[in-house]
Write a protein that binds this ligand. Structure first.
Ligand SMILES: O=P(O)(O)OC[C@@H](O)[C@@H](O)c1c[nH]c2ccccc12
Length: 267
């Protein structure tokens, strides 16, 4: 149980996810996922894609969230993904959780058909079965949330993901969380400015953690980013990547919003 409260959202999601994964395993056994055509696909590196751009943005497809109900229920996923790609995103994050975020694995599959950019499966992963799903539906990278996993499970899931050819974006929210992570578990480290237990957002989280994470890892600042000036500041502090959802998704054409945003980053 977490230190914050007995029923924070992360605990609720984790409890829900366990049941969901158990059911899914019965409907579609792991062996069948391995037969999916995309399972043998050669993946693309999210880390490289972010590093080769001045502002490596992982643009997120996000319909709704527990902290902000509906963000945008009117845009079609292919339009969002193509728009992000044309606008110059470094990668795309696709929320696949249905219950809390209104996403699905089908969204990931559709995204795969619309872009060559590296795709992040944005999910609450606690079981290796979800890694097989990620690969089978076209992901290049997966998210592991330190606040949800003990160090042993984290290390194990990271190794399995890499064996499947996917990169690991390891999400942390505090120095303590980062220090408790097994070394070598991450290709990219995501510093989440949003506390997933309280929903509070502060860019100070990214500011404080920047120097603690070695620059051999791709550092990604996540959540609550709405101003190009914030990206310029965080880039100076060592961030190579920026994970942004709401700022683009709340606009009628998220791709155009990203394009305008990127223009302002370099001026
Ligand atoms: O929409 P925002 O504030 O730009 O945030 C995007 C992304 O960082 C956020 O969706 C996120 C970060 N970590 C997560 C873990 C699970 C679900 C969602 C998230």
């Amino acid at each position: 149980m977490s230190a914050t409260s007995a029923t924070n959202i992360l605990d609720r999601i984790a409890a829900h996810k366990k049941v969901e994964v158990a059911l899914k395993k019965e409907v579609l056994p792991a062996a069948q996922l391995r037969e999916f055509p995309l399972f043998s696909r050669e993946t693309t590196s999210m880390a490289d894609s972010l590093r080769k751009r001045p502002f490596g943005i992982i643009a997120e497809h996000k319909r709704r969230s527990p902290s902000r109900a509906a963000i945008n229920l009117n845009v079609a996923l292919p339009d969002v993904v193509r728009g992000y790609t044309q606008a110059g995103a470094g990668g795309i994050s696709v929320l696949t959780d249905g219950t809390f975020f209104g996403g699905s694995l089908d969204d990931l599959l559709q995204a795969r058909a619309c872009t060559e950019l590296p795709l992040l499966r944005k999910e609450f992963i606690l079981d290796p079965y979800q890694l097989l799903e990620a690969k089978a539906y076209g992901a290049d990278a997966i998210l592991l949330i330190a606040a949800m996993l003990d160090s042993k499970t984290l290390g194990y899931l990271a190794t399995e993901a890499r064996e499947l050819g996917m990169e690991v974006l390891l999400e942390v929210h505090s120095a303590e969380e980062w220090e408790a992570c097994p070394s070598g578990a991450a290709d990219l480290v995501g510093v989440n400015n949003r506390n997933l237990k309280t929903f509070e957002v502060s860019l100070d989280t990214s500011r404080e953690l920047a120097a603690r994470i070695p620059d051999t890892l791709v550092r990604v600042s996540e959540s609550g980013l709405a101003q190009p000036a914030d990206l310029r500041e965080l880039k100076e502090l060592g961030y190579d990547g920026f994970l942004i959802g709401e700022t683009f998704m709340k606009e009628p054409e998220p791709g155009l919003a990203l394009e305008a945003f990127l223009k302002n980053c370099s001026t």
